[in-house]
Every structure is written in structure tokens, then in C-alpha cells.
Design a protein around this ligand. Structure first.
Ligand code: S3P
Length: 444
């Protein structure tokens, strides 16, 4: 177990980087495996979730050479080159791995079995199992396939038209991948702009993926897929913790270099700006098919705002730390239409409310979000990660703005998505000590 002890109030200053994007890192490994040829992935996220994806791909016969923990050479096996796994495929704690791999494996010529941690075994899978079955997939699993472990039988899939009941990039990506192995066209309609890394990356590899607004088409490629050379942008979901910390701790001014600013991911920047934050993009450029920038942020007087509708999916993972920002903002902040938070690593409405209240915030849960009254003088205290990386980091940020000392217990989970979280904050001047093993490398 690792615990983070925090003494708040110290301004953050300086320049830093954040680790590679989690969503893009997963996809880079999975999709490279389907190419004809060798792919190179740099700035790969060396975190627990993405390492689970590497392990799963190796279980399917894919050779992944690690030049370093963040630089991978992946020897593609071609679209039909995956091998029947000898054992159950362990997706660890990663929802993205289970859901995308289910789509990739549902149309193979062999059977496979997916499992994961107790936490992942509690997350809903009917959202992928139901549409995959409509495509002809043979899937068994606990409670009629609503929960992992899932078994996927050898089948021939057929394309279909499907409207996603909720905007989810994992479900969309699962079905687009299944579409690569299906007879005929797969048409997916999404109610909001869920992250589009799958579409961008598969299209760059030459797959027949076509995007028409919120509708995406996928079908079996007629040519081999091209390998990738990809430098993964910094993860805006990790940068979000630093954006909020620097916004709410008086006197802070930091630059976070090389962050992905794909518009399907920048809801948190829009939200913080709407609350009065001072965030600027500099050095905007394209990198491996994704927009990237340096993010400059200085402390600002924030005010409350209301968020809902289509913006929610573009910042779904950032809502716990947005609640922290709201606790330091003048007036009321309302987040609605975010019921998906209840089925993340934890019920993030319940866990954000309970832990943030412990530190002194005025936050109320609602069925699909929360309401925060601010600003409150956070006093600090003892909080629990509850096994949720984003909750642990959001609470560490709240602790940095608090007036008394705090401890975040069970903070080893930060390494699921942001290895080096604690050391990065220390290098920016935060008064923070780690008891137990830190979550790896510093990102400067
Ligand atoms: C992800 C999609 C989102 C997000 C998750 C990563 C992805 O989940 O919360 O952290 O890489 O596709 P949903 O698709 O369930 O919204």
C-alpha cells in the first residue's frame, strides 16, 4: 500500500510533462497487432491498465518488444493472424481492454476468455454483449454475459446498424473492431461525441472507417492494414489534475508540455475556462494524427457553472477533479447527465461526494451528477482511494488546496494511468511525501 501525505497551500510553478494518453496507448498496441508489418510506439503509457493490454496481446501470439517501458516495437500478425490463446486473457483492471478486446475477439476463428480484477468483474458488460450478439457473436458470461469473465466462441459476424444508448467510446470502438471481421457494413450512431481515437488510428492504417458526424461506418478491409509509427501525446486526463491544481492554488503558474487536445477530450479545458480559469494553448501542432499543444495555466478566481448534455462525454473522466475545482469556485456548480460516472472504476458520484466531503467540501449527489457550493475552506483530512486512480488523484489535488494536512490512503492506484503523479507534483513545488513505493518515473 502507498499513502500520499499532503500539506496544502504551496503554489505550483515550472514546466512538466504527463505520461502518454491511456486510450491511445491501448489502441496503439491492439491495432498494431493487426497490421502487416512492424509498428513503433513511443511515449506509451507504462501504467497498469495498458500493461494489461500488452499481456493480452501477447496471449494472442503477438510479439511486443519493449525497448524501454515507454517504447514498444509490435510485430503485426495481420488481420487474421491472431492465435488461439492457451489460457484465459487477464485484462487486469482495465475496462477499455475488456470492451475493445471483446469486439476484436468476437469474430475470430477461435474461442477466447476474458477476465480481470474483482473491480472489473463488477462493471457492466451488457452494453457490449447485447450488440455483439446482434452481430451474431456467441458470448457466455456471468449473469447472461453482463459481467466478466466472458467467453467468446468462434463465429462469423454480420454487420449491423446500431444506435448507442449512451455515448461511450469503449462500446463504439468494440463494435467498430467487430465490424472489421463482419460480413457487410457496420453502422454505429452515437448520441454524443465520444472520443474518436479508434476512428483516427484505424483510418490512418488504411481500414475502411468512415465518419459522418456522429455516425461511423466500419467494414472488413480489402487490403492489409499498414503498420503505425506513433508518438503518443500526453494524456489530457492526467494533465487535468495539474490544470485544476494550478488553477485553484494561489500563485501557481505551470506549463504542461505535449498534451493531446483532441476536441473529443478537451471538455475539461472548456469547463475550467467557463469557470474563469486561465488556460492557454501554445505550440499547437499535429502529432501522429492527433492535435497536441503545450498547456499554460495560472491560478485564477473561479466561479461556478452548470455542465450537462454533450459536453459530459468529452470530460467524463475529469468530473471528479472538476468537483474539486468547483469546491474552490464562487457560487454553485451543477454537473448533470453524468450517470455514467456510477459505472466507472467506482461509483464516482458516490465516492467523489464522500471523500471530498471528508476534506470539507459542500457537495451533494444527484442521480446523474452532483452539486457543489463554493468556495469552501478545505481543512484536509484522511481520504481513501477506494481502488480508483482518478479518485485518488482528485483527492490529492483537493488536499493541495487545503489548509491542514491530508493523507490519501491506497494511492498506489495512481500508477494505473499516471505513473509519476507524485514526483511530478513534487518537482512543481508541491509539499507532498509518499509512504510506500512511489508510482515510478518523474515526468519533466
Ligand atoms: C475510454 C472511454 C471512456 C473512458 C475510459 C477510456 C476509452 O469510457 O471513461 O477511461 O479509451 O475508450 P466509456 O466508453 O465507458 O465512456
Amino acid at each position: 500500500m502507498t499513502h500520499i501525505h499532503v500539506q496544502g497551500g504551496r503554489p505550483l510553478t515550472g514546466r512538466c510533462r504527463v505520461p502518454g494518453d491511456k486510450s491511445i496507448s491501448h489502441r496503439a498496441v491492439m491495432f498494431s497487432a493487426l497490421a502487416d508489418g512492424t509498428s513503433t510506439v513511443t511515449n506509451f503509457l507504462d501504467g497498469g491498465d495498458c500493461r494489461a493490454t500488452i499481456a493480452v496481446m501477447r496471449g494472442l501470439g503477438v510479439e511486443v518488444d519493449e525497448r524501454s517501458p515507454t517504447e514498444l516495437i509490435i510485430h503485426g500478425r495481420g488481420l487474421d493472424g491472431l492465435q488461439e490463446p492457451f489460457d484465459v486473457l487477464d485484462c487486469g483492471n482495465s475496462g477499455t481492454t475488456v470492451r475493445l478486446m471483446a469486439g476484436l475477439l468476437a469474430g475470430q476463428r477461435f474461442s477466447s476468455f476474458l477476465t480481470g480484477t474483482p473491480q472489473i468483474r463488477r462493471r457492466p458488460m451488457a452494453r457490449i454483449v447485447k450488440p455483439l450478439r446482434q452481430m451474431g457473436a456467441t458470448i457466455v458470461g456471468r449473469q447472461d454475459g453482463n459481467y466478466v469473465p466472458l467467453g467468446l466462441g468462434a463465429t462469423t459476424l454480420r454487420g449491423m446498424e446500431y444506435t448507442l444508448p449512451v455515448a461511450s467510446a469503449q462500446v463504439k470502438s468494440c463494435l467498430l473492431l467487430a465490424g472489421l471481421y463482419a460480413q457487410g457494413l457496420t453502422v454505429i450512431r452515437q448520441p454524443g461525441p465520444a472520443r474518436d481515437h479508434t476512428e483516427r488510428m484505424l483510418a490512418a492504417m488504411g481500414a475502411p472507417i468512415a465518419v459522418y458526424g456522429n455516425t461511423v461506418h466500419s467494414e472488413r478491409p480489402s487490403h492489409p492494414l499498414k503498420p503505425l509509427t506513433i508518438a503518443v501525446p500526453g494524456d489530457i486526463s492526467s494533465a487535468a489534475f495539474l490544470l485544476v491544481a494550478a488553477s485553484i492554488i494561489p500563485g501557481s503558474r505551470i506549463t504542461i508540455a505535449d498534451v493531446g487536445i483532441n476536441p473529443t477530450r478537451t471538455g475539461i479545458v472548456d469547463a475550467l475556462r467557463a469557470m474563469g480559469a486561465g488556460i492557454e494553448y501554445t505550440n499547437v501542432r499535429q502529432q501522429s494524427g492527433e492535435p497536441v499543444a503545450d498547456l499554460e495555466v495560472s491560478a485564477a478566481e473561479l466561479h461556478g457553472a452548470t455542465f450537462g448534455g454533450e459536453q459530459i462525454v468529452t470530460m467524463i473522466d475529469e468530473l471528479p477533479v472538476l468537483a474539486v475545482a468547483a469546491s474552490q469556485a464562487q457560487g454553485r456548480t451543477v454537473v448533470r447527465d453524468a450517470g455514467e460516472l456510477r459505472v466507472k472504476e467506482t461509483d464516482r458520484i458516490a465516492t467523489t461526494v464522500s471523500e471530498l466531503r471528508t476534506l470539507g467540501a459542500a457537495i451533494e449527489p444527484t442521480p446523474d451528477g452532483f452539486i457543489v457550493e463554493g468556495p469552501t475552506r478545505l481543512l484536509g483530512g484522511a481520504v481513501e482511494s477506494q481502488g480508483d486512480h482518478r479518485l485518488a488523484m482528485a483527492m490529492a489535488v483537493a488536499a493541495l488546496a487545503a489548509h491542514g494536512p491530508s493523507t490519501v490512503y491506497g494511492a498506489e492506484v495512481t500508477a494505473d494511468s499516471f505513473p509519476g503523479f507524485e514526483t511530478t507534483l513534487q518537482a512543481l513545488g508541491a509539499h507532498l511525501t509518499v509512504e510506500g513505493a512511489p508510482s515510478a518515473a518523474i515526468h519533466v
